[in-house]
Ligand binder design. Structure first.
Ligand code: CA
Length: 238
């Protein structure tokens, strides 16, 4: 499944994980698959590296010495909205996953997993759906003078700039491409998240939709653009 990328520079990944054997196993698997990878073993150095470095994706363990993963994520999203964040969680911490999505995580993976599984998930993060164009459309004009710049992951509303996470951008683009057609949660998990088994974690989709509505809907409490189609999924209607 590895797509050789001769044009682009190597994608660069930061692994923040305090279990050293696991962290190094992940790093080696990433390097073996053609990524550049750095490792941090605690939350504070992880945040320093994440803000100073120019990473494309951060693999973030939740339970860390010092600043924990959720705190790191919140601090990071204050000034970096474009980096993709994949959260690692133990089974017992799955209740934290919702908080992580609300704080701007793009994806999560539950331990235990093999480094190969994680690499496959990371490769999926960078893969665009077959139905998506190579470059996102230019400015999108929505009601109430809301404008969305998918290339920059920015929403301009009420004289302010609101940032979309990469995942929110992907979802929005997918909904728009299926204009007025019903998109199921399974469609989104398969085509946007690239999950092989889309029966897992459909709540993941709903949480991202809530976040997206907050940013692009004129009235997020009464969504008109991203409509819920009861028992089926969602539909873009602009
Ligand atoms: Ca840990």
């Amino acid at each position: 499944m590895t797509e050789p990328n001769t044009d682009d520079p190597k994608q660069s990944i930061l692994v923040v994980e305090d279990e050293r054997t696991l962290a190094l196993g992940i790093r080696d698997a990433l390097v073996h698959s053609g990524f550049e990878a750095d490792v941090a073993h605690d939350g504070d150095s992880g945040l320093d590296m994440a803000t100073a470095g120019n990473y494309d994706l951060i693999v973030l363990d939740l339970m860390l010495p010092g600043r924990n993963g959720l705190e790191l994520l919140k601090a990071l999203r204050q000034h970096n909205h474009k980096v993709r964040v994949l959260v690692l969680t133990a089974l017992s911490e799955e209740s934290h996953v919702l908080q992580c999505f609300e704080a701007g995580a793009d994806d999560f993976m539950t331990k235990p997993f093999s480094p190969r599984e994680l690499v496959a998930r990371i490769q999926a993060q960078f893969r665009r759906s077959a139905s998506m164009s190579a470059t996102p459309p230019p400015m999108l004009d929505l009601p109430n003078e809301i404008q969305v710049d998918l290339a920059r992951l920015e929403v301009h509303r009420d004289g302010e700039v609101v940032h979309l996470t990469p995942r929110e951008g992907d979802i929005l683009e997918y909904l728009i491409q299926h204009n007025e057609k019903v998109v199921t949660r399974e469609d989104l998990l398969r085509d946007v998240w690239h999950y092989r088994n889309p029966n897992v974690a459909t709540r993941t989709v709903d949480i991202h939709i809530v976040g997206l509505r907050r940013k692009v809907e004129p009235d997020p409490a009464q969504p008109t653009l991203i409509q819920t189609v009861r028992g089926k999924g969602y539909r873009w209607y602009a």
